[in-house]
Write a protein that binds this ligand. Structure first.
Ligand SMILES: Nc1ncnc2c1ncn2[C@@H]1O[C@H](COP(=O)(O)OP(=O)(O)OP(=O)(O)O)[C@@H](O)[C@H]1O
Ligand SMILES: [Mg+2]
Length: 358
């Protein structure tokens, strides 16, 4: 999967930019505040239907303008093309896929699998479990077709059960949701476990250069206690759920633990190593998607050089080349581009203007 052509209008500091990216590696180079991350953000919106920045999306409309538009042509490498677009005016945000207006994020995400590795990627190890669940579920979503429908139905049932608990409905109104919760929840769990096996198989090879001989261990907790299934676990904490007013167990509480030789990775490795370890995790997901579904996702890597010395930058660059597929990386300066990427397509960004290097 790749972006063949990209058009950006009135987005952040960019009035108008047209990019014809290479099908492999693209480096976007420019000073602070020139617009590098904004280029990645525009691509991300086309693949995910939302931004990775936390501010409301209407703030991305260029100051003084009424709307932004981002469009691209995507190709699956077998000369099948699709057109994707995102538009935000004063009233609303809408997504377009080919000639269909107002498509859902789900349709977009399925059409253009895309992964972001930003300068804070190491926080995956430090932050709360929801970030690691999101990490895991991105991979599960793309690789396990049964996952998303089950997850959606699980979330719906969980919402209803929590509503019943919060409003102190009778016990049987709470229990009415348990059948669906257990059926879908166990399916979600099975998909995650299968995916985790793929990750566990592939990961040690790509992290060896970062952590040396320390043994990398990934462990997953499914979000409920005991080994007798979600139904038994839910029954055992029903009274506590009734008191608390919400469902305390289930796959919505799952977590992924990363340890090196039995010590939590975040305590074991330096900040730079944490970054390269989490980057390896994300690159590994890209490989799994290729191995299992034949799809190479687009990688967006913002400020690779932040906190990474030359040899680690080189390691990541070699991994990117090995994986193949399309990748967009940003750098403050051309001198920071690792040797392995010097034949990449270069773009220079200056005050929101993007220029393709010859
Ligand atoms: N809605 C907007 N209208 C105009 N300019 C904006 C808008 N939103 C953000 N900007 C500006 O766009 C500029 C580019 O931001 P961006 O984050 O893309 O820079 P960058 O090149 O990634 O910088 P850095 O190297 O510091 O990460 C910033 O100066 C920011 O203030
Ligand atoms: Mg930036």
């Amino acid at each position: 999967m790749q972006f063949d052509a990209l058009s950006i209008r009135n987005f952040r500091c960019m009035e108008s930019a047209e990019l014809l990216p290479a099908e492999s590696v693209n480096c976007i180079i420019g000073d602070n505040a020139s617009g590098k991350t904004s280029v990645l953000e525009a691509i991300y919106i086309l693949g995910r239907g939302q931004s990775f920045r936390h501010s409301p999306l209407h703030q991305a409309i260029r100051r003084g303008d009424d709307s932004f538009t981002v469009r691209a042509r995507i190709s699956d490498g077998a000369s099948r093309h699709r057109r994707v677009g995102a538009h935000h005016d004063k009233r609303q945000f809408s997504l377009k896929l080919d000639d269909i207006d107002n498509v859902s994020r789900f349709e977009l995400v399925s059409a253009a699998p895309l992964q972001l590795i930003d300068p804070n990627v190491h926080r995956l190890l430090e932050q709360g479990p929801q970030h690691r669940r999101q990490f895991l579920d991105w991979g599960v979503f793309h690789v396990e077709p049964l996952f998303f429908p089950a997850w959606r139905r699980y979330r719906r049932a969980l919402k209803q059960r929590n509503h019943a608990l919060r409003h102190r409905y009778a016990k049987h109104d709470v229990l009415a949701w348990d059948g669906e919760l257990v059926k879908q929840g166990e399916l979600v769990d099975a998909c995650r476990r299968r995916y985790l096996d793929y990750l566990t198989d592939l990961l040690p090879k790509s992290t060896h250069r970062v952590i040396g001989n320390g043994q990398l261990q990934l462990s997953y907790t499914n979000g409920w206690k005991g080994t007798e299934g979600l139904g038994v676990a839910l029954a055992s904490t029903l009274d506590r759920d009734l008191r608390a007013g919400f469902t305390q167990q289930g796959p919505h509480r799952a977590d992924l633990h990363v340890a090196i030789s039995s010590t939590k990775a975040r305590d074991w490795v330096s900040r730079g190593q944490q970054k390269i370890l989490t980057t390896s995790l994300l690159l590994c997901q890209a490989q799994i998607l290729h191995l299992r579904r034949g799809i190479k996702p687009v990688l967006l890597i913002d400020d690779l050089a932040a906190e990474l010395g030359e040899s680690f930058r080189q390691t990541v660059a070699e991994e990117i080349i090995r994986i193949g597929g399309q990748c967009f990386l940003t750098f403050l300066d051309e001198s920071l581009v690792p040797d392995a990427l010097t034949s990449a397509q270069m773009f220079h960004v200056e005050h929101g203007r993007v220029r393709r290097a010859l």
